[in-house]
Design a protein around this ligand. Structure first.
Ligand SMILES: NC(=O)C1=CN([C@@H]2O[C@H](COP(=O)(O)OP(=O)(O)OC[C@H]3O[C@@H](n4cnc5c(N)ncnc54)[C@H](OP(=O)(O)O)[C@@H]3O)[C@@H](O)[C@H]2O)C=CC1
Ligand SMILES: O=C(O)[C@H](O)CS(=O)(=O)O
Length: 483
């Protein structure tokens, strides 16, 4: 069981209109490290989800009528409460998602940073005055909240993916209904408890928890009172949800899958590149959409990089996220682990070599030892698919142009990374890579001040930064005549 300093943070009912809503059935939440049941949460139906949409609609006029300063004060208090309860929130997150506790606490700070950021950004929603084509008119542009926002979020960042969306929506004056992944509802419900303590009014922030992903999803993508839908998850599900949103022409923003290249050029600082590749690849056991998915190493540094990197990977400790010293926790499920292993087996059959990462024999199958594959080509299964696990395929290349071509040869375009020190090369490669975010001599690019998002089939829209508000605002043009 979970033992907390503040047991009120362990909530098991959906949060609708400022109240905890119990449903007829419930679902188990299990610890992916041990398989033990840690809680049973109420299993909301699609029909009951409409209650949350109604609450968000009813709360919209008063919330959007508040001043930016008033909303900022409440969001600031929510940020402060998230940080004050970081230990409890981190423990809840590790228990339901599996990541090492230090990473979980880091995620709490990362999620809270978006609330802090947008508390201030909400005060800077500016309009325009535009010189009119004739003297008898005045042209003005104002920005207004889009309205009720719905969201579906994944299990890999059960706090930050909600905070990143809700903070921008609430700062813009919108109201919000979110369905978290059924594997990780507890973090979302703890956020609702703290939102209430912060003074977020009833109906402004609603969390619906249920196993009927399809049915609840249809409400959140098709209800006529919802103006905008935002999703983080797989590209396949994202496409399905975009299509569902088309029936009522909702605004959509999508943070979908990735296939990040990590390119190490001959002029790179190899030791820095190794550290960058480790954090970019093995964060959250490789279960992030911006994790390095393919490592491209130029011929001149291939031997040095591969030997040093493989040694560093072999030193990573696999274990329960609550145990001190754990670098890599369990994957979210044994199925997820078997999907990763299937990609490895397929690629070995295609000619790859397993350099390091033989599975730990004494742990359940949702634990995977970090692996390094060599003799990999860009057309192998491990390079064509989003791995979402602790596996590093290394592809050796000769010419800069070859690396760029291989890096871009994917339907994804979320994050990319490269290590080089020649300024001409840095500009050539940065401009040629077809990705929304590029780490240059850096393996971690995500923060609240920067625009997070991708191109191609990695999604649309941006989250974080001052760009992150745009998706929650409508532009209104006022034409004043008879002047
Ligand atoms: N870009 C990213 O950050 C992420 C990418 N992924 C990618 O997706 C792959 C599969 O992971 P998975 O968790 O299954 O990702 P999914 O995209 O299947 O799930 C993400 C969220 O969508 C929900 N969902 C699933 N199907 C539907 C539906 N038909 N209607 C409405 N909501 C739905 C899930 O609910 P529930 O969990 O209850 O089924 C979850 O809350 C990963 O291996 C990875 O490649 C996954 C997570 C995040
Ligand atoms: O969806 C994800 O994997 C996250 O957006 C990655 S990050 O924002 O934590 O880098």
């Amino acid at each position: 069981m979970i033992t907390l300093a503040d047991n009120e943070l362990l909530r098991v009912f959906s949060y609708i209109n400022g109240s905890w809503h119990s449903s007829e059935k419930d679902i188990a939440v299990t610890n992916p490290a041990t398989g033990e049941e840690i809680a049973r949460v109420s299993d909301i139906t699609a029909e009951e989800t409409i209650l949350a949409v109604n609450a968000a609609k009813a709360a919209l006029p008063s919330w959007s009528a508040k001043s930016a300063n008033e909303r900022a004060g409440i969001l600031r208090k929510w940020f402060e409460l998230m940080m004050a309860n970081q230990d409890d929130l981190g423990q809840i997150l590790t228990m339901e998602q599996g990541k090492p506790l230090a990473e979980a606490k880091g995620e709490i700070a990362y999620g809270a940073a978006f609330i802090e950021w947008f508390a201030e950004e909400g005060k800077r929603i500016y309009g325009d005055t535009i010189p009119a084509p004739s003297r008898d008119k005045k042209i003005l542009v104002i920005k207004q909240p889009v309205g009720v926002v719905s969201a579906i979020t994944p299990w890999n960042f059960p706090n930050a993916m909600i905070a990143r969306k809700a903070a921008a929506a609430l700062a813009a004056g919108c109201t919000f209904v979110v369905r978290p992944a059924s594997q990780t509802p507890l973090s979302a419900l703890a956020m609702a408890e703290l939102a209430e303590r912060a003074g977020v009014p009833a109906g402004v922030f609603n969390v619906v928890v249920g196993s009927d992903a399809q049915g609840i999803g249809e409400v959140l993508t098709q209800h006529p009172d919802i103006a905008k839908f935002t999703f983080t998850g797989s590209t396949g599900i994202g496409k399905k949800l975009i299509a569902q949103c088309a029936t009522t022409v909702k605004k959509v923003s999508m943070e979908l899958g990735g296939n990040a290249p990590f390119i190490v050029f001959d002029d790179a600082d190899v030791d820095a590149a190794i550290q960058g590749a480790l954090v970019s690849k093995y964060r959250n056991a490789g279960q992030t959409c911006v994790c390095t998915n393919r490592i491209f190493v130029q011929q001149g540094v291939a031997k040095e990089f591969t030997e040093k990197f493989a040694k560093a990977v072999a030193d990573l400790k696999v274990g329960n996220g609550l145990d001190t010293g754990t670098d890599i926790g369990p994957l979210i499920s044994s199925k997820a682990a078997s999907d990763v292993k299937a990609l490895v087996v397929k690629s070995l059959e295609q000619g790859a070599t397993l350099l390091t990462g033989h599975e730990p024999t004494d742990m359940p199958d949702q634990f995977l030892a970090p692996m390094v594959l060599t003799n990999v080509s860009n057309d192998m299964a491990i390079a064509k698919n989003e791995i979402f696990g602790p596996v590093s395929p290394i592809i050796v290349f000769d010419q800069e142009a070859d690396a760029i071509a291989m890096a871009n040869d994917t339907e994804y375009g979320l994050a990319a990374y490269f290590y080089a020190r020649d300024i001409g090369r840095v500009w050539r490669v940065a401009e040629a890579l077809e990705y929304g975010m590029i780490g240059i001599n850096e393996g971690i690019v995500s923060n609240a001040a920067a625009p997070f998002g991708g191109v191609k089939q990695s999604g649309n829209g941006r989250e974080g930064s001052h760009y992150g508000l745009d998706d929650y605002l409508e532009i209104k043009y006022l034409c004043m005549g008879g002047i």
